[in-house]
Design a protein around this ligand. Structure first.
Ligand code: CAA
Length: 240
């Protein structure tokens, strides 16, 4: 039977490309989304992938969502924690809620989703978790204290959970995308974005499919020795 994969924030942007890439590779995919009903409906019509609405920042909603998917599609064996938001602003202007929202969604969401599927993965002795971090979690970014902290947290979370899952054949890896051509990046002021693109050696924004490529590599059955790693996909913008 095809393995079941859940992609959070899976109906738009990078998440959409990941959902579609996984489906094309033969996985059974459930795409989670939080808000944009219209886009989710269009996504399902276009791709045939069922979309499930809940907020990844909500612990109980994640547990219920995973339970529902398991009863409809089968055990969740792959999780791609992709859901993320930005609330950019310098420290001077950053409100407490801009901090909390980003931490709860981007980092709290990873905990909530992994917690919901963890016992099942351990019992079945198989799991593939891919957390979508960011170049800005690796290198920092002016105006993103909240986002950089949450994404950096994802990289630490990944390395810690990888150690806990290793004996049960559960791999936990991160991908650190650079600037990808999505709605999120389009929201960056044009003059600021132009300066960022000028610093990308490849000379352009990345494509969402180029992140999906990395996810497919990491979730494969024969990727069992790759765990706790961070794959940078950023056009050469940041190397270490
Ligand atoms: N370095 C130094 N100074 C900078 C700067 C930088 N990188 N960016 C802006 N500044 C300066 C501005 O020139 C301005 O200086 P003056 O006051 O002397 O004119 C000052 O900082 C403050 O500017 P603002 O008043 O406009 O500050 P703000 O609080 O409104 O914030 C901003 C502006 C949100 C930081 C805006 O510049 C911005 O959106 N920057 C881009 C942030 C970014 O890259 N976000 C990534 C989103 S995509 C994503 O996150 C996906 C991913 O994983 C890669």
């Amino acid at each position: 039977m095809a393995r079941v994969a859940v992609v959070t924030g899976g109906t738009r942007g990078i998440g959409e490309a990941i959902s579609v890439g996984l489906k094309k590779a033969g996985y059974t995919v459930a795409a989670n989304y939080a808000g944009n009903e219209e886009r989710a409906k269009a996504f399902t019509e276009r791709t045939g992938i069922k979309a499930y609405k809940w907020d990844v920042a909500d612990f109980d909603a994640c547990a219920a969502g995973v339970k529902q998917i398991e009863s409809e599609l089968g055990p969740v064996e792959i999780i791609v924690n992709n859901a993320g938001i930005t609330r950019d602003g310098t420290m001077k202007k950053m409100t407490r809620s801009a901090w909390d929202d980003v931490m709860h969604t981007n980092l709290g969401g990873c905990y909530n989703m992994c917690k919901a599927a963890w016992d099942g993965m351990n019992e079945r002795k198989f799991g593939r978790i891919v957390n979508i971090g960011s170049i800005n979690g690796q290198a920092g970014q002016y105006g993103q204290v909240n986002y950089a902290a949450a994404k950096s947290g994802i990289h630490g979370f990944t390395k810690a959970l990888a150690q806990e899952g290793a004996r049960a054949n559960i791999t936990v890896n991160a991908i650190a995308p650079g600037y990808i051509d999505t709605d999120m990046v389009a929201a960056v002021p044009a003059d600021v974005l132009a300066k960022i693109v000028a610093r990308i050696p490849v000379g352009r924004l990345g494509k969402a499919d180029e992140i999906a490529r990395g996810v497919l590599f990491l979730v494969a059955d024969d990727a069992g020795f790759i765990t706790g790693s961070t794959m940078s996909i950023n056009g050469g913008q940041h190397m270490y």
